[in-house]
Design a protein around this ligand. Structure first.
Ligand SMILES: *[C@@H]1O[C@H](CO)[C@@H](O)[C@H](O)[C@H]1NC(C)=O
Ligand SMILES: *[C@@H]1O[C@H](CO)[C@@H](O)[C@H](O)[C@H]1NC(C)=O
Ligand SMILES: *[C@@H]1O[C@H](CO)[C@@H](O)[C@H](O)[C@H]1NC(C)=O
Ligand SMILES: *[C@@H]1O[C@H](CO)[C@@H](O)[C@H](O)[C@H]1NC(C)=O
Ligand SMILES: *[C@@H]1O[C@H](CO)[C@@H](O)[C@H](O)[C@H]1NC(C)=O
Ligand SMILES: *[C@@H]1O[C@H](CO)[C@@H](O)[C@H](O)[C@H]1NC(C)=O
Length: 454
């Protein structure tokens, strides 16, 4: 019994030692070593990640490859379908490394499931990777959010380029969107004698362009057993990341993929709807929109009736802050009948505060222009300084979008008119209006509090 098990193990290792090349036209029934959230769909699609956040998915060829030369060639077809239109993360890598366990402590997000903060950039890693990166990470000096990079022990790419391909037909470079959701083919070829690494890319179905995207001189001395496979990660903006087919040869040209046998590409995230009958649809859609717009506008107006602007710093002035609803009710909705007059910079209404039955004068200052705000500050500043028994007293204020409301004691005698309707311009030089307003309110209300106590 134990001898039989032993023999089975021996034979599988023997198979492993003969693995110089392999080709997966789809992964149905394959024995890939899967890691993280990677899974194989029944149709043969290898899903490295789905749209779960901050996840890692890896898939390795099940046996280590014994490199006796460093020349190798591989090609694969991938597709990245972002969760949000045009925004997805983080990318797929093809990787060669001495151990799979090395990746156990690696991170998702920008680390692509390859490294962590301490291991990134360490010369002992012996990790080679080609990254298909859909995020721009400044800490790794990424050039953009759509690039292909050659990574040696580090996510700070040795060399990288925006995703594109050379069109043999049009004789020019064409941009390619990694997040397009469409299948794309990548070829990685390393020639040991020339020490030249080529990375070539093209939309699926296009012939391998004769001009690579990246072609760089490198000494990749890969001796001993190495694991080959893929690692992909998601972050706070995820993508479905797939491999459709993969071919590898450790010592020469990799076999071509059989396109007809590959699984169908993943469906786009939002399927186009069936065409509606316009003769019926257009009028009913328009009338629906009109009704919705009308209800929406009416609701907005209802909600905004009493809308105010309040900022955190105003909390400490609590008792001096009036609610717009109270002022609205006090003046019966700022009715013309309650209008005392239109003066220097605003209309003045007479009102009765609902809470205290106190008679007040409410000055409405429009500050749609910067001038309005400046004058408001001037007004408050003046009131704070010139508080006197014979002058009207500022009780408080309220702020709304484009509007300031100042609440005064109502006085039937002349001081009201003379003071409220005089536009007492002060030569104020306010650099930052709101900051100054805040300071002046602070001064003003501090003095008012003291005044009340005395
Ligand atoms: C992604 O896959 C994992 C593991 O299979 C699963 O738990 C999770 O619910 C999936 N998430 C989505 C968004 O499908
Ligand atoms: C590499 O090893 C394979 C067998 O594993 C052998 O067939 C091949 O000749 C070797 N190549 C070199 C360059 O040593
Ligand atoms: C980072 O990864 C390396 C290699 O797997 C591991 O030795 C190390 O403990 C990890 N560091 C952290 C902080 O997880
Ligand atoms: C890499 O690309 C260059 C330039 O196109 C080409 O001459 C060379 O043969 C290529 N090498 C490999 C290993 O594909
Ligand atoms: C390539 O790197 C290996 C290992 O570091 C070294 O032994 C070899 O001499 C290098 N080859 C060249 C041409 O520099
Ligand atoms: C892999 O490369 C070797 C060496 O060049 C070659 O003999 C072999 O035919 C290649 N395998 C395939 C499947 O093309």
């Amino acid at each position: 019994m134990s001898i039989l098990v032993y023999m089975v193990i021996i034979s599988s290792i023997a198979i492993a030692e003969n693995q110089n090349q392999f080709v997966y036209n789809g992964f149905h029934g394959s024995n890939l070593h899967l890691n993280g959230i990677a899974k194989i769909h029944p149709n043969g699609l290898l899903e490295l990640t789905n749209t779960s956040y901050q996840q890692i998915g890896r898939a390795f060829f099940p046996f280590p490859i014994k490199f006796n030369t460093s020349s190798f060639s591989t090609t694969f077809v991938f597709a990245i379908v972002p969760k949000l239109p045009k925004l997805g993360g983080h990318g797929i890598t093809f990787t060669i490394s001495p151990s799979i366990e090395f990746f156990n402590r690696a991170l998702a997000n920008q680390y692509l499931g390859l490294f962590n903060i301490t291991s990134n950039g360490h010369p002992t890693n012996r990790v080679f990777a080609i990254e298909l990166d859909t995020m721009k990470n400044p800490e790794f000096e990424d050039i953009d959010d759509n690039h292909v990079g050659i990574d040696i022990n580090s996510l700070q790419s040795y060399v990288s380029a925006p995703a594109s391909y050379y069109s043999d037909k049009e004789k020019e470079n064409k941009a390619l969107r990694l997040l397009s959701g469409k299948p794309v083919q990548l070829w990685i070829d390393y020639d040991e004698r020339d020490m030249l690494l080529n990375v070539t890319m093209a939309p699926f179905g296009t012939q391998k362009p004769w001009l690579p995207l990246l072609s760089t001189n490198l000494n990749l001395s890969m001796s001993g057993s190495m694991h080959v496979g893929f690692s992909a990660s998601t972050g706070s903006v995820p993508s479905d990341q797939y491999i459709l087919g993969w071919s590898f040869n450790k010592s020469g040209q990799s076999q071509s993929l059989d396109y007809a046998k590959l699984p169908p590409p993943p469906p786009p995230r939002s399927r186009p709807r069936a065409k509606p009958d316009f003769r019926v649809a257009v009028p009913s859609v328009i009338s629906c929109l009109l009704v919705i717009t009308f209800i929406g506008t009416a609701y907005k107006m209802w909600i905004r009736r009493y809308e105010e602007i309040r900022e955190d710093w105003e909390h400490e002035y609590g008792p001096h802050r009036f609610s717009y609803k109270d002022l609205y009710n006090a003046t019966k909705g700022f009715k013309g009948r309650e209008l005392l007059g239109i003066g220097g910079f605003g209309e003045v209404y007479k009102g009765v505060l609902p809470s205290s039955n106190e008679q007040v004068a409410i000055k409405r200052v429009s500050h749609s222009s910067k001038l309005g705000m400046k004058e408001f500050i001037a007004e408050i500043a003046t009131m704070g300084r010139l508080r006197h028994r014979n002058l009207v007293q500022l009780l408080g204020y309220c702020r709304r979008k484009g509007e300031l409301l100042l609440v005064y004691d109502f006085m039937a005698n002349g001081s009201l008119d003379t003071f409220l309707f005089t536009n007492e311009k002060m030569n104020l030089n306010w650099s930052k209006e709101l900051k100054s307003l805040k300071e002046w309110l602070h001064h003003l209300f501090t003095s008012m509090k003291i005044g009340n106590k005395l």
